[in-house]
Structure formats: C-alpha cells, structure tokens
Design a protein around this ligand. Structure first.
Ligand code: GLN
Length: 248
C-alpha cells in the first residue's frame, strides 16, 4: 500500500480561527474521494516542524497568539527551509502574515515574519469583517473564490510574488484590487470559511501539486454552500443581474 499523504497542521494550539482546521479536513476528504490515504499530523508550537510533510496548513489567529506562533516559527531553524521547500504550504490570515517579510503584531508593533513571501503587512484603518469574493489569479480551473474575512492586516505584494486573486467584493489585501499572496509553493490568503471547504477545487489544486492530476469527482453539498455565499456577496449576482438571467 502506498504511503499516506502527510498533511501537517502547523501549531493548531495557537492558530485556527473560524474553523480553519476544516482546511485540513477538506484536504483529507478530497484526497479520500480519490482513494488517496492521508495522515494528519498536528505539530504544536513547542514541537519542531517535520521536514517529511507532504503538505503544510497554517491557520489564522488573534494578534497575541499570532505573536507566540511567530516566536515559535522563528525559533525553529528548519521552518524557512521547510516552508520554502518543495511541499505546498497553504496559509490563512495570520499564516499569511507569518510567512511575509513583516507584519504588525500585538498593539501594532512591527514584527518580523519568515520572509518567504515577498509581501509586507501593514494595518487597515478599520478591521475588515465580512464576506469576500475573488477571481483567482493564474490558477487554471479554479472558479470564483468565496470566503469570510476578519483581519486588521493588509498585504502589499512585491514583484517576486503574485496575489491569490483579484477582488470582487470585500477588502482582502487592502489595496482595493487584490487578495492573498502566492509565491513558489506557498498559497496564502485572508479567507476563512473554512476556505477549502467553500472552495473544494482550490483544495484539489493544492493536492494535485503533491499527487499529480486527480480524477474529477461529482459536485457535492458544498456546491450549495458556495452558491448561497456567492449569491449573498457577489455584486455580479445582485437582483438586476439575476432577473435578466431568469428572463432568458
Ligand atoms: N491577527 C491578524 C489580523 O488581525 C490575523 C487575523 C486572523 O488570522 N483572522 O490581521
């Protein structure tokens, strides 16, 4: 039997707001639909990161716990080579900031991130809270992304990185245009939801970076969730648009 695909959940004792663990479960579930066995490894903040993970998932966190996570990550001398290595890394919110060059931490104090993403994170004038919609950038086959955001941080994406998506609704990186950061094997976003439950094709894309092409599976109940959330938040689906679609 093939070795299971190892999904490493990074610091679940500190990071994981709004059910971000659901991202780990979504990856395992979507792999399972294709008969790919997975093993979920929780690595706590006082444990060293394992170099042997196939896919790493980092969740969001409040400012104080995010700072503890930053300390743990910076103290782990293998963190940069593991997250900058060949295994895909999926990072949400605080996770995005921790992998960036700098972020503003507890009480707005500047903090150093791992610097694997060419991005710097500043502060929004007001916390961004609500539904968010984006069109993915350079992710063939991935449809409109839907999520929930609750963050104070921004992200200014430098020339070595690219955004995850262009903004349709919501605040995202805070520049009015973009959301998230992608660079090398890292996909980072401000979206909760959990975002990989709301956007299963994004989960598949991350898995395929490890497994190669996966069989297409029938749309499941999460499609209904996607539709509901997009109906609620995507301005392109506002009543005028819907009426004209119905008339056809
Ligand atoms: N503490 C960070 C911020 O407010 C990240 C928040 C989060 O992970 N939800 O920007």
């Amino acid at each position: 039997m093939a070795d299971p695909l190892v999904i490493v959940h990074v610091y679940p004792d500190l990071l994981g707001t709004y059910g971000d663990r659901g991202n780990v479960l979504a990856l395992a579930y979507r792999a399972g639909l294709r008969g790919v066995a997975t093993e979920i490894v929780d690595v706590m903040a006082d444990q060293p990161l394992p170099a042997s993970g196939d896919l790493f998932v980092i969740g969001g966190g409040e400012d104080a716990t995010q700072l503890l996570a930053a300390r743990a990550m910076l103290a782990d001398d293998r963190a940069a080579s593991i997250f900058g290595g060949s295994a895909p890394v999926f990072a949400v919110c605080a996770g995005l900031q921790l992998l960036s060059r700098t972020f503003l931490g507890f009480e707005g104090r500047p903090e150093t991130g791992l610097g694997l993403l060419d991005a710097t994170c500043d502060r929004l004038a007001e916390r961004a809270v609500g539904e968010i919609v984006l069109e993915p950038v350079e992710l063939p086959g991935v449809p409109t992304l839907t999520g929930f955001e609750n963050h104070r941080g921004t992200a200014e994406v430098g020339p070595s990185a690219r955004p995850l998506g262009t903004l349709v609704a919501g605040v995202g990186n805070g520049d009015g245009r973009t959301e998230g950061v992608q660079q090398d094997n890292i996909v980072a976003t401000y979206l909760h939801g959990p975002v990989l439950v709301r956007n299963p094709v994004l989960a598949d894309t991350l898995l395929e970076r490890v497994t190669g092409p996966l069989a297409v599976v029938p749309r499941d109940v999460t499609e209904q969730l996607r539709e509901e959330r997009l109906d609620a938040a995507d301005p392109r689906r506002r009543p005028e648009g819907r009426r004209s679609r119905l008339r056809r």
